[in-house]
Design a protein. Structure first.
Length: 388
């Protein structure tokens, strides 16, 4: 159940503030500069929706009238909110439209209670956290995303493993585009296993290309965001960008290119080995996947699960494991992922308990059979001794 923190109407903010100050344990007041009506409207959102979103996240009360803000609640949280509001206001100077998604991403940086006092007002982006593409600059959010970028830039082969919505594929595609723009590679190759999830390819409408394209759509979407659809089409025509099913990789050697294998949890052991042995000189490979969403037939081991065990401890290979807390999509996505994890842990616990009980019963039955057998085999001997 969510808790809602009301944000008073700005016309009555001063009177409300005076009434509430006596009850507040902590409070800070500040102004954003310069006083600009349009920028303030962008910052606060329609009916102060953006301010309410921040207040609800931190469990604080935020009042504002024009450029003047007052925050009531825990002092450490209040300082973090002040820094966040100043940072958002600075973004409006550059023409950035403040959206709930942007606020959600910035709020994730204050996810831990002990991190509330960390300064978030800096507007100078650390180059290690930023990826530059022709149409946009992408900034890593959170420790795992920052570490992910670091390992991608330092290693030839990298694995990004974790739940949906953590930015594994999007950041990998962004790094590939950045490397292409810097002439570090001559081509980008985006690969996915075309594993059927509920529908058979043969029964889907269209030719082979039309059947395969839906599996590769997330990769096209990421490229369109960073390069523009027209530029992507031109690069595909010139074979600078290739998006292909994993099955098309057999027999090829991939040199001087940036290769991304997406949805790798749906590869078999043989397919994963085949893909990894395609890497040639001057190439870099990133493998992404979520081992909790495997669509392979029952009894077929995931190549991603297997390769993580095989390559454990091998020098020069990067591995980033994302957690549920790294999800950067709609907040509901993280709640869904958490709920599934909780259910699956409880289900495994029940299954383990059932297996243990079955094992205990089997051992008891075995012991009873052995005892019965011992009695039966001992009876003739005892009779012969009595006859003597």
């Amino acid at each position: 159940m969510s808790e809602t923190t009301a944000v008073p109407d700005t016309e009555h903010a001063d009177s409300d503030n005076n009434n509430s100050n006596g009850n507040a344990k902590h409070g800070i007041t500040f102004r954003v500069e310069p006083d600009d009506t349009k920028r303030l409207a962008n910052l606060c959102g329609q009916l102060d929706s953006h301010i309410k979103q921040i207040a609800n996240h931190f469990k604080l009360k935020i009042y504002n009238r024009g450029s003047r803000f007052q925050i009531e609640g825990d002092l450490g949280k209040a300082e973090a909110v002040k820094n966040l509001i100043n940072r958002l206001y600075h973004e409006t100077h550059n023409g950035t439209v403040i959206t709930p998604d942007l606020i959600h991403l910035l709020l994730r940086e204050a996810k831990a209670e002990h991190a509330y006092n960390r300064t978030k007002s800096s507007v100078n982006h650390d180059e290690a956290k930023v990826i530059k593409t022709p149409r946009m600059m992408i900034q890593a959010r959170g420790d795992h995303q920052i570490g992910y970028l670091k390992t991608i830039r330092e290693n030839v082969l990298n694995f990004g493993v974790g739940p949906a919505g953590t930015g594994k594929t999007y950041l990998a595609v962004a790094c590939a585009v950045e490397a292409l723009m810097r002439d570090e590679v001559s081509r980008i190759l985006l690969v996915r296993p075309a594993v059927e999830a509920g529908e058979k390819l043969g029964f889907l409408p269209g030719d082979l290309s039309q059947k395969i394209d839906p599996y590769l759509r997330p990769l096209y979407d990421a490229l369109n965001d960073m390069l523009g659809s027209e530029q992507v089409e031109k690069m595909i025509e010139r074979n600078i960008i290739e998006v292909a099913p994993l099955a098309y990789m057999r027999g090829r050697t991939l040199s001087h290119c940036y290769v991304i294998l997406d949805e790798s949890q749906n590869t078999t052991r043989e397919q994963m080995k085949m893909f990894l042995t395609r890497i040639g000189f001057g190439s870099k490979a990133v493998v992404t996947g979520d081992i909790t969403q495997i669509d392979l037939p029952r009894g077929v081991q995931s190549g991603l699960r297997h390769v993580l065990d095989v390559l454990e401890g091998v020098e020069g290979i990067g591995l980033t494991r994302f957690a549920n807390s790294d999800v950067v999509r709609h907040p509901m996505v993280q709640k869904v992922v958490d709920a599934y994890d909780k259910f699956e842990r409880a289900e495994k616990k029940r299954s383990d308990a059932k297996h243990a009980e079955q094992k205990r019963i089997a051992l008891e039955q075995s012991a009873q059979l052995q005892a019965t057998h011992a009695i039966l085999t001992a009876t003739p001997d005892s009779k012969s001794e009595q006859d003597k």
